[in-house]
Ligand binder design. Structure first.
Ligand code: GLU
Length: 375
């Protein structure tokens, strides 16, 4: 029997569905949120890095603005999201703040996770927040996300966040306790599946027939989210949150489905980098920097001796030594023009050279894949 043990993971994304947090009258279920905060505090004290992706802004806002959610137009729902988000973030701040945990609000659009330049920006901010032991409370930026350009459901948003921060676990809490062979509401013989290794088309089809939750997601969005996350090296757990202290219940053996990760987040990121076809340019580095990369460090501007081609921040660049041997490739943290200005620059002089503060690394070690070279 597969059991979810938080102790196996280092960085967890917890997705909270609207149906858990908001009752049928659009009121926030504060008692339940307090119980979740209790669970989060326990993991936080155990040095786990935690991010919460929470739905509920539209449901709360519809109540505040006295809007009929089902008949509302998109702009009305966006207005509701704006009014509701303030209250949602405030509720998390109170519940977690009461347990001495600092929260921060992050609102994302698909651009922020799909466009590599913005991906680096969002990841940089989230990484710093986790360093400060802050628990980010994340939602879609519904105010600017129109129909064609939205995640649409927070299961997918949560999977993208997990991929962005290289989380090793994604917990999808809703009102179902896992994945079944058929809709358990309609088929008495539907079987609960505790563990999945490799998501098949057949599973996606089965999930499509099962609706859950008063939020926008169903089992289909959960399995799709699991597919994104497991490919990024992140195990995905579909579990019921419809109980006080849901994470505690899971630790004590409550039913769930664990979709096992394929490899580690770092291996998945490197595989993706190795497979990117379009390379924007190149960085030639000195022997000291080459050694630092071998030792698992990031590439700093001081180690760069030459910059070739034109590229933008977030593009893939090749990394060569001074004998033109390709050592690997990585995501550039700077545009080529800035990279040229910074070649050979000590970290403390970056601001002088650029005229603004800048970042310390040229290529972050998480965004770097090294090839096997003979020496
Ligand atoms: N972003 C939406 C909200 O906060 C939720 C989307 C979803 O439930 O998946 O209301």
């Amino acid at each position: 029997m597969a059991k979810f043990a938080a102790s196996e993971y280092r960085r967890l994304v917890i997705k909270v569905g609207s149906s858990l947090l908001i009752n049928a009258n659009g009121q926030l279920n504060r008692r339940w949120l307090d119980s979740l905060a209790e669970d989060i505090a326990e993991l936080h004290a155990d040095d786990k890095q935690l991010l919460v992706v929470s739905s509920g802004a539209i449901a709360i806002g519809s109540n505040v603005l006295d809007l009929n959610k089902r008949r509302a137009r998109l702009e009305e729902l966006q207005a509701a999201a704006a009014a509701g988000q303030v209250q949602l973030a405030h509720a998390y701040r109170e519940a977690l703040g009461a347990r001495s945990i600092t929260t921060a609000q992050i609102l994302l659009t698909p651009e922020d996770t799909e466009n590599r330049r913005r991906f680096l920006n969002a990841r940089g901010t989230l990484g710093r927040l986790l360093d400060y032991k802050v628990v980010p409370i994340i939602n879609e930026n519904d105010t600017v996300a129109t129909e064609e350009i939205r995640y649409g459901d927070n299961d997918r948003l949560a999977a993208r966040v997990a991929q962005l921060v290289m989380a090793d676990a994604l917990l999808l809490l809703s009102d179902v306790d896992g994945f079944y062979t058929a809709d358990p509401g309609k088929h008495a013989d539907a079987q609960h599946i505790p563990e999945v290794r490799g998501i098949t088309e057949e599973m996606l089809r089965m999930a499509g027939e099962t609706r859950t939750d008063i939020g926008s997601g169903g089992m289909a969005t959960k399995v799709q989210a699991a597919r994104i996350a497991t490919h990024a090296g992140c195990s995905t757990i579909v579990a019921s949150g419809a109980i006080d202290r849901p994470l505690h219940a899971l630790a004590n053996g409550a039913a769930c489905t664990i979709f096992r990760a394929e490899g580690s987040p770092a291996a998945a990121r490197k595989q993706w980098l190795a497979g990117v076809l379009k390379v924007g340019g190149g960085l030639t580095i000195d022997a000291g920097a080459a050694q630092a990369l071998q030792d698992g460090k990031s590439l700093l501007p001081v180690g760069v001796v030459d910059v070739t081609g034109n590229f933008h921040r977030g593009d893939v660049v090749t990394i060569k030594n001074d004998l033109s041997v390709e050592l690997g490739r990585g995501l550039a943290e700077y545009d080529s023009e800035e990279a040229r200005k910074l070649a050979g620059c000590q970290s403390e002089n970056i601001e002088d050279r650029l005229g603004y503060r800048g970042r310390t690394v040229m290529v972050h070690r998480d965004d770097l894949v090294l090839f096997d070279t003979d020496g």
